[in-house]
Write a protein that binds this ligand. Structure first.
Ligand SMILES: C[S@@+](CC[C@H](N)C(=O)[O-])C[C@H]1O[C@@H](n2cnc3c(N)ncnc32)[C@H](O)[C@@H]1O
Length: 221
């Protein structure tokens, strides 16, 4: 395991033990002081699982409003903005959002620091496209079902939600943070008025290989 992931797990464990399970994200971003090599999920490039999803739809998707949940250092939000979409991207860590502003000073993306669990009420049922990658899997299991409801609620009538996560079967070891999700957990989105357009379950060729779920949902009209 990388030193960065060890450090993230240590901060996560301490924060959970102290009863403040969301604090460690800001702690990590501020501790690395602008050195992205200290952030285990910061690839500083477009998520390849989003890239292939967009590539399959190129030309068929018109301009739309998009929300990126837990946007990290902004590469995915920037890609959506490059398509001409109106993009809002938020993260719980103010340091992370400052970093996005510094990386992309001329960006059209509306970056803001916000907590999913206390998001602006005007975001309810607002966005044509909501993108969530790898945030649910770093939240403690007891927060996940409410996080799923909150994310689902951002999607407008007829709008789409794309979720990308690690995946596992119920018989697999639950592992450690980032916890692979069960398909049954993601079913929570269906209980919030979203239909599954496509559920993909595949191995991503990383080192070591990672089992991924990529799920495309649409809100029922
Ligand atoms: C594993 S990272 C993934 C970042 C980015 N989505 C990516 O794919 O690279 C999870 C991100 O979610 C953010 N986050 C965690 N809890 C959050 C919350 N309650 N509200 C908003 N952002 C949150 C973290 O600060 C972190 O940047």
């Amino acid at each position: 395991m990388s030193q960065e992931r060890k450090k993230a797990r240590q901060l996560d464990n301490e924060a959970v033990a102290d009863g403040r399970p969301l604090d460690w994200f800001e702690e990590l971003y501020s501790q690395v002081a602008g050195d992205e090599s200290g952030i285990p999920w910061a690839d500083m490039r477009l998520n390849p699982n989003l890239a292939t999803w967009l590539e399959d739809r190129r030309g068929s998707v018109t301009r739309q409003s998009a929300l990126v949940v837990g946007c990290g250092l902004g590469d995915d939000a920037e890609e959506l903005a490059s398509l001409g979409w109106d993009v809002t991207a938020f993260d719980i860590s103010p340091t992370c959002i400052d970093w996005c502003h510094r990386r992309f000073p001329d960006s059209s993306v509306n970056y803001l620091a916000a907590d999913l669990f206390d998001a602006p009420p005007e975001w309810q049922r607002t966005f044509d496209f909501v993108f969530e990658s790898y945030t649910l899997q770093v939240l403690p299991p007891d927060l996940r079902s409410s996080a799923i409801q909150l994310i689902a609620n951002f999607v407008s009538s007829g709008g789409r939600l794309l979720v990308i996560s690690r995946g596992r079967d119920a018989t697999d070891d639950p592992g450690q943070m980032p916890w692979p999700l069960l398909r049954e957990e993601l079913d929570g989105f269906r209980n919030c008025g979203l239909n599954v357009v496509r559920f993909e379950n595949y191995i991503e060729n990383e080192e070591p290989p990672v089992r991924r779920f990529r799920v495309d949902y649409q809100r029922r009209i």
